[in-house]
Design a protein around this ligand. Structure first.
Ligand SMILES: Cc1cc2nc3c(=O)[nH]c(=O)nc-3n(C[C@H](O)[C@H](O)[C@H](O)COP(=O)(O)OP(=O)(O)OC[C@H]3O[C@@H](n4cnc5c(N)ncnc54)[C@H](O)[C@@H]3O)c2cc1C
Length: 506
């Protein structure tokens, strides 16, 4: 690893990681990713598209207003203006990298509609394969870029930081590597893998969040998880649930139960509202289906070929049959607290994409704003890293906390953590459930990444004694008069559970 020592290290090869590396070019960098380039990412599964005010009847100010309304009082207005304003430019940039978005008969960008958008502004590719098309084009560019060293099948374990970032500790084929660097960009995606039902790759368990927290970063808005109301209700188990995109409801599909009756006034209400309605209806003993027979019928297979294939693999033909659905953990609004340029509280540590908390989403993400955030965040972070002061590659430092220093005491297995998080920090939460989860996750949190992230999420959910956006407390169903955003460090979290972070790090 000598030849790349000192170069910025980007972790993750979804949209945020790929575009950060490309935007840094020709400055050399190392792109580290747990699987193959672009694989094991949410990006490659993104269906509906990327929100950008590109249509003639649209304007970034309208997109901004919709984003702020969905965020339920907790958006950072500056971040919203900046990221949403970047939308049209991001679409052009991606096209420049070879992404083939769908166009209408007049040759204009085709734009779809999703919940809580006041205009059609969802730019998509190959119908419902937007993420796959973006990842295909960017991965090809990354592989061809001489400035980017790609390390596949390589995982980030820890970040060494001693007042500032010193090195990335990696694991590859059972071997440990230490990469000296002054700049690490985390683009490691979300936390859906911590839940029993999720649309995310199961590896999305917040390992980047844990590495940042162990290096001293502040994490923000951790309690806000978006549950998608219409995951395809397969048997579940150890596989992610295929998503039935909101764009299907955008085309007029309705939610019905086993009697054929609708139970919502508008299916395009914000996602948290629809998810709770579906959850309550399921809890009342009903089955819930998405019915696209009238709205789309035979058009379904051409407009949504990927979803059509996933349904048909289960013996469901959406043209003539209602699709069984249930809510699943889909997107984490919280993440590493960063400024507009993606800087965390630890000098040299940056974040972009879903793992970052920029304040764009507030308490609830507006559909298709996350691909936009991943792309716009990547461009901003690359600019910032390019201008950052480099330190000598042999700069050495001390790891704040290493997992192997403190082997987890009775770490719950992944299935247990997924059960704990689903029951306590799922669609509905309350104090008693959160306190039980905190007690169960605390003992292993100092050494086990999933337990640490789960613990910090539950503590944040416990602190928010109100219901807002994606966070619903059955014991505090109302909304507070004042909207407050909170951050939490690992040291604060462990101190609250009676564990002393300083003692554990020594
Ligand atoms: C099914 C589905 C559909 C979606 N549809 C849309 C949509 O239509 N529009 C929209 O805007 N958003 C959509 N989203 C959300 C959106 O796809 C994600 O928020 C976005 O792609 C996140 O991009 P990212 O680059 O931040 O992370 P990801 O794309 O998740 O990439 C994370 C990367 O980090 C790697 N990684 C993680 N941990 C480590 C580690 N410790 N070491 C090394 N590598 C690591 C992973 O292997 C992966 O390469 C969808 C999400 C899902 C799951």
């Amino acid at each position: 690893m000598q030849s790349v020592a000192g170069q910025p290290v980007i972790v993750g090869s979804g949209l945020a990681g790929l575009l950060t590396a490309l935007s840094l070019a020709p400055r050399p960098c190392v792109l580290v990713t747990g699987g193959r380039l672009g694989a094991d990412s949410s990006s490659v599964w993104a269906q509906g598209g990327l929100a950008a005010a590109v249509a003639a009847d649209d304007d970034p100010s309208l997109h901004r207003a919709d984003t702020m309304a969905a965020g339920d009082g907790l958006c950072d207005a500056g971040s919203v203006a900046r990221l949403v304003g970047a939308g049209p430019g991001i679409v052009a940039l991606l096209e420049g990298y070879g992404v083939r978005f769908d166009h209408d008969a007049q040759g204009k960008l085709a734009v779809g509609l999703e919940a809580a958008h006041s205009r059609r502004r969802i730019v998509h590719a190959m119908g419902d394969s937007t993420g796959a098309e973006i990842v295909r084009a960017l991965s090809a560019r990354v592989r061809a870029a001489p400035s980017i060293t790609v390390l596949e099948r390589t995982r980030l374990l820890r970040i060494e930081a001693d007042g500032q970032v010193c090195a990335a500790l990696l694991s590859r084929d059972g071997e440990s590597l230490r990469l000296a660097t002054a700049s690490i960009v985390l683009a490691t995606g979300g936390v859906g893998g911590l839940y029993r039902d999720t649309t995310n790759p199961l590896g999305s368990t917040g390992s980047g969040l844990a590495a940042a927290a162990r290096a001293g970063a502040r994490l923000g808005d951790l309690e806000f998880v978006q549950f998608h109301p219409t995951a395809l209700a397969t048997l579940g188990g150890d596989a992610p649930l295929p998503l039935v995109s909101e764009a299907v409801r955008g085309e007029g599909a309705t939610l019905i139960d086993e009697t054929g009756a609708r139970f919502m006034e508008t299916e395009l209400a914000p996602r948290d509202v629809v998810s709770r309605a579906v959850w309550h209806h399921l809890a009342a003993g009903h089955r819930v289906f998405l019915d696209a027979r009238t709205a789309l019928g035979a058009r379904f297979a051409t407009r949504f070929p990927g979803i059509d294939a996933a349904c048909k693999a289960l013996g469901i033909d959406p043209a003539i049959m209602p699709i069984p659905v249930r809510p699943a953990a889909h997107y984490h609004m919280g993440g590493i607290a960063v400024d507009a340029d993606g800087r965390s509280a630890v000098p040299g540590l940056y974040a972009a994409g879903e793992v970052a908390c920029t304040g764009l989403h507030g308490a609830n993400r507006l559909a298709s704003n996350s691909l936009l955030e991943a792309a716009a965040g990547a461009v901003a972070v690359a600019e910032c890293v390019s201008g950052a002061h480099a330190v000598p590659p042999d700069h050495t430092g001390r790891a704040d906390l290493r997992a192997d220093d403190h082997p987890p005491a009775h770490a719950p297995d992944r299935a247990q953590i997924r059960r704990i998080m689903t029951n306590a920090a799922g669609v509905l939460r309350d104090r008693a459930g959160l306190e039980r989860a905190i007690a169960a996750l605390s003992p292993a949190a100092p050494g086990d990444d999933a337990s640490l992230v789960g613990l910090m999420m539950c503590l944040s959910a416990l602190d928010r004694e109100e219901s807002r956006g994606g966070h619903f407390r059955t014991d505090h169903p109302g909304r507070d008069g004042t909207a407050i955003r909170r951050t939490l460090t690992m040291a604060e979290a462990l101190a609250r559970t009676g564990l002393d972070a300083k003692r554990l790090a020594s």
